[in-house]
Design a binder for this molecule. Structure first.
Ligand SMILES: NC(=O)c1ccc[n+]([C@@H]2O[C@H](COP(=O)([O-])OP(=O)(O)OC[C@H]3O[C@@H](n4cnc5c(N)ncnc54)[C@H](OP(=O)(O)O)[C@@H]3O)[C@@H](O)[C@H]2O)c1
Length: 584
């Protein structure tokens, strides 16, 4: 018996082994002591072959001479397949129930361990996890778990079901996997951790084999790099179950080799030096974390792009902190770790890191780097809403470029100006964001809500969409003009050519800015509810946005008003009738 499992996915893939070869691989693994087989309903050569891999596993077990009762079969539900290569999440209770019933038919009930394959961003996690708990109550599955989760999601899942296993990707060259906190948390909580893709999958295995430290150590022991990696992963934690996916007898033989391979202390130390994230699993936190009052401080300032971090950073720089920022240093967030390392090694004791750090794993890298120099870390989280950060992004673009850039201009500008980014940069941050918590090892987490400075302008305006106006709106608009409001237009002409600079509604001239970008996912800052054009009008006319009004028919105008802090007024409420549409 070994903690090594066999990942069976690729035994059912296009170009993979024949059925007989695949069954021989499974038998070799079982004969080498493997007692865990990983499958899923969606593993198969094509979208039409749901259940292919489960049937293969069932057949191999039926034909195996050993004791089937000793083998744990792990299956998963919660994904569907569409066409070549498209795997879509479906976390509805209805789908999971039907999928599990079908898997149980193929594998025999109860399934030993059933996992939610991936989280469905369209559903509440609780819906999917409760569905798993019900399957367990019905006796269709013995144990349940989740796959491909972040730590906050795992914690949430545990509120709705007894999660006894977690499956995540874990391979030596991936800096993120251990740093997410999931692996250590599972070790602490006694949750089985199944490590999928331990070689990084077929595309990365060759890179792994060329790694100098791995290659040298494997050579010295006369084993393959793959066997060495498996033996090392096994040594990192008692609850860790690596499930490599060999598809040939030659490669599957390494399961038996890895099982027998005991690494020496020296070998483990050399591996840990090459892959320092492993230290998180092998060395208790008390031995890694410096006392909170130790000399020096690294302050990690984090928040969404354009959340207002720079303003906070200035204060630290004025107090003598060294500022490290990805935009200045170039590269990605992880590339700052060696720079922090060098700065602390050269004697700097106060450093402020000014970056987005949306993920726990990106923050962990900096925390552990600082700790290696005995320096504690504090987190300052600039908690700015997406809406406020969008306004900030547009204001910055106007300051730097004198205009709100379109998607193509943005791409060009972004090469030299990291502050000119498309709206999806902030959406991405929000999608992957994990709120910082003290248990990451921070001395403190200071949450600083974003506060917008009062506008310098005093004028006020009614923002309208000329395409929504009717002739009879002229009266209410004239009333507003009489009260000192400007009337300004924000229009959308997805045909590519802007409309006129001014639109006339009777005697009222409405200076108008146009978004000319096509429908579909928002790629520009100017399509409502994004505030690019409104921010440009605020600047151009010296407006106080809070004193402005946004007239409109729907969610886009309501959202725009929210971003500006202006008042939204539904068009029906300013004028109840309907006359002819305005000529543009
Ligand atoms: N939960 C999830 O979302 C999830 C995601 C991905 C994978 N998984 C599970 O994890 C399993 C493993 O994942 P994976 O297949 O992507 O990754 P992997 O095991 O890291 O990589 C598979 C590749 O490694 C090669 N390989 C395996 N053993 C080798 C050896 N001893 N020497 C040289 N090359 C070797 C295989 O080559 P050959 O084909 O030549 O043997 C194949 O190209 C899957 O089968 C699946 O069950 C789960």
């Amino acid at each position: 018996m070994t903690r090594l499992g066999l990942g069976c996915m690729r035994l059912s893939s296009v170009g993979g082994p024949t059925r007989a070869e695949a069954i021989a691989v499974i038998h070799l693994a079982l004969d080498s002591g493997v007692r865990l087989l990983d499958t899923a309903d969606v593993y198969g050569p094509s979208a039409r072959d749901i259940g292919h891999n489960e049937r293969l596993v069932g057949e191999a077990l039926d034909q195996w001479a050993g004791d089937r009762g000793e083998v744990t079969v792990v299956s998963k539900g919660g994904l569907t397949r569409r066409g070549a290569g498209r795997w879509l999440a479906d976390g509805r209770a209805k789908h999971l129930t039907a999928a599990c019933e079908a898997s149980a038919q193929r594998l025999g009930a109860p399934i030993d361990l059933y996992l939610l394959h991936a989280l469905d961003p369209q559903r509440e996690l609780s819906t999917s996890v409760r569905a798993l708990a019900k399957l367990q109550d019905r006796g269709l599955v013995r144990r349940v778990g989740v796959s491909n989760v972040r730590l906050d999601q795992l914690r949430e899942a545990r509120e709705h079901a007894e999660i006894s296993a977690v499956e995540v990707g874990l391979w030596p060259l991936d800096r993120g996997a251990i740093r997410t906190g999931v692996v250590g948390y599972c070790a602490d909580e006694g949750i089985q951790l199944i490590a999928h893709s331990p070689f990084g999958g077929p595309k990365r295995t060759r890179g792994l084999a060329r790694h100098p430290v791995l290659a040298t150590l494997a050579d010295q022991r006369g084993v393959s790099v793959h066997a060495l990696v498996l033996a090392w992963l096994l040594s990192l934690s008692d609850n860790l179950w690596p499930i490599p996916g060999p598809t040939r007898l030659e490669t599957a033989r390494d399961l038996g080799v890895a099982r027998e391979l005991e690494l020496t202390q020296d070998e483990r130390a050399r591996l840990e030096a090459a892959f320092p994230a492993a230290r998180i699993l092998t060395t208790p936190i008390a031995a890694r974390r410096p006392p909170d009052h130790a000399d020096g401080e690294v302050v990690l300032i984090m928040g969404m792009p354009a959340s207002g971090k720079t303003t906070q950073v200035r204060d630290f720089v004025d107090r003598g902190y060294l500022r490290l920022n990805r935009d200045d240093a170039g590269g990605n967030l992880a590339d700052l770790a060696p720079i922090l390392d060098q700065s602390l090694a050269s004697g700097r004791r106060r450093v402020v890191l000014d970056n987005t750090y949306p993920r726990r794993s990106s923050r962990n890298l900096m925390i552990e780097t600082a700790w290696a120099h005995g320096v504690p870390v504090r987190c300052v989280w600039i908690d700015t809403s997406l809406e406020d950060a969008q306004v900030n992004a547009c204001q910055r673009m106007l300051e730097r470029h004198g205009q709100v850039l379109g998607p193509e201009e943005m791409k060009r500008a972004n090469r030299s100006d990291p502050n000119s980014f498309p709206p999806r940069a902030q959406l991405h941050f929000r999608a992957v964001f994990e709120a910082p918590t003290l248990d990451e090892g921070f001395v403190a987490v200071d949450v600083r809500p974003f506060v917008r400075r009062a506008a310098s302008g005093q004028a006020r305006a009614v923002f309208v969409d000329p395409g929504q106006l009717e002739a009879a709106h002229e009266g209410p608009l004239a009333d507003h003009i009489a009260q000192g409001y400007l009337v300004l237009g924000i229009g959308w002409r997805p045909e590519g050519a802007p409309g006129p600079d001014s639109v006339w509604l009777g005697d009222i001239e409405i200076p108008t800015l146009w978004c000319t970008h096509p429908p579909g996912p928002i790629g520009c800052w100017c399509r409502k509810p994004l505030p690019g054009l409104a921010v440009a009008l605020v600047e151009a006319h010296g407006l106080d946005p809070v004193a402005c009004r946004v007239w409109g028919r729907g969610a886009a105008e309501r959202g725009l008003a929210e971003r500006l802090g202006a008042r939204f007024e539904p068009l029906e409420s300013v004028f109840a009738g309907s006359v002819s549409t305005v000529e543009l």
